[in-house]
Design a protein around this ligand. Structure first.
Ligand code: SAH
Length: 240
C-alpha cells in the first residue's frame, strides 16, 4: 500500500517536472518568438496587413538584433525606436504596410533609400531577389552591413551615399522604398523605377507626411495615391 502510494507520487512528480520543463522551453527558451507572434497578430494583422508572405517574414525576422542593445527589450513594441544619428527604425506595422504596398515577389530587384538599421532591407530581401540599399550616414551604413552579414542575409547590397541620386548602375528597379521623408518625390528615383514597378515613400514636411504609392504603368505613365498619414525622419537634402 505504502509502496503504491509512493509510486503514484513519484509518477506525479515526474509528470509535473516534464510539464514544467515544457513550459520553460516554450516561454523562457525563446521569448522573442512569442513577442513576434504577438507583434504580428496584435499590431499588424489586426490593422489589415493580410499578405501572408509579409506576415511570415515579420514573424521570422529577429527585429531585436537590429536595434541598439540598450533598447532591445522594446524592439517588438508598437512604435518606432531611435537608432542614433537622427535615424529611427520604423514602427513594425509601418514596415509591414510599406512592404505589402510594394507587392514584392521573388523575381524583383528592389532599391531602398535610408538603410538605417537594415531591418526593412532584411524584411524585403526575404520576398524579392535582391535589395540595394543606400544610407547617407557612414556609421549606420557600416553597422547595418555588419548586422546583415552576421545574420546571413546574402542578397542585400549596402552603399553609403546620397539617396537622391539613386543607384543608376543597377537601375531600373521593380520596387523602390524610401524610408526618410523628402519634401517632394525625387524625380531621379521615379526615373529609376521599371515599367510595371511600384514606389512607396513618405512625402511631406517634418510634421505632415503622406505615404505615397506610385505605380509606373507599362506605357511609362504614372499613377499616384496616398495610403494615409505617416511620420518619418526627414530625408537629408542633396549635399550638392
Ligand atoms: N529603413 C530603416 C529606417 C530608416 S530611418 C530601418 O529599417 O531601420 C531613415 C534613414 O534615412 C536614416 O538612417 C537616415 O540617415 C537616412 N537618410 C536620410 N536622408 C538620406 C539620404 N538623402 N540618402 C540616404 N539615406 C538618407
Amino acid at each position: 500500500m505504502t509502496d503504491h502510494r509512493h509510486d503514484a507520487f513519484a509518477r506525479l512528480a515526474l509528470g509535473a517536472m516534464v510539464v514544467l520543463s515544457m513550459i520553460k522551453l516554450l516561454t523562457a527558451d525563446d521569448p522573442v518568438t512569442l513577442q513576434r507572434e504577438r507583434m504580428v497578430s496584435e499590431q499588424i494583422a489586426s490593422r489589415a496587413v493580410r499578405n501572408p508572405d509579409v506576415l511570415r517574414v515579420m514573424r521570422a525576422t529577429p527585429r531585436h538584433l537590429f536595434v541598439p542593445i540598450a533598447i532591445r527589450s522594446m524592439a517588438y513594441e508598437d512604435h518606432p525606436l531611435p537608432l542614433g544619428y537622427g535615424a529611427t527604425i520604423s514602427q513594425p506595422y509601418i514596415v509591414a504596410l510599406m512592404t505589402q504596398l510594394l507587392r514584392p515577389n521573388q523575381g524583383q530587384r528592389a532599391l531602398e533609400i535610408g538603410t538605417g538599421s537594415g531591418y526593412q532591407a532584411a524584411i524585403l530581401a526575404q520576398l524579392v531577389r535582391h535589395v540595394y540599399t543606400i544610407e547617407i550616414v557612414p556609421e549606420l551604413a557600416q553597422s547595418a552591413a555588419r548586422t546583415l552579414r552576421e545574420l546571413g542575409y546574402s542578397n542585400i547590397t549596402v552603399r553609403q551615399g546620397d539617396g537622391y541620386k539613386g543607384w543608376p548602375e543597377e537601375a531600373p528597379f521593380d520596387a523602390i522604398i524610401i524610408t526618410a521623408a523628402p519634401l517632394e518625390l525625387p524625380r531621379t528615383l521615379i526615373e529609376q523605377l521599371s515599367k510595371g514597378g511600384r514606389l512607396v515613400a513618405p512625402v511631406g514636411s517634418m510634421w505632415q507626411q503622406d505615404l505615397i504609392l506610385i505605380e509606373k504603368k507599362a506605357d511609362g505613365s504614372i499613377t499616384r495615391r496616398s495610403a494615409g498619414a505617416v511620420n518619418f525622419v526627414p530625408m537629408r537634402p542633396d549635399a550638392k
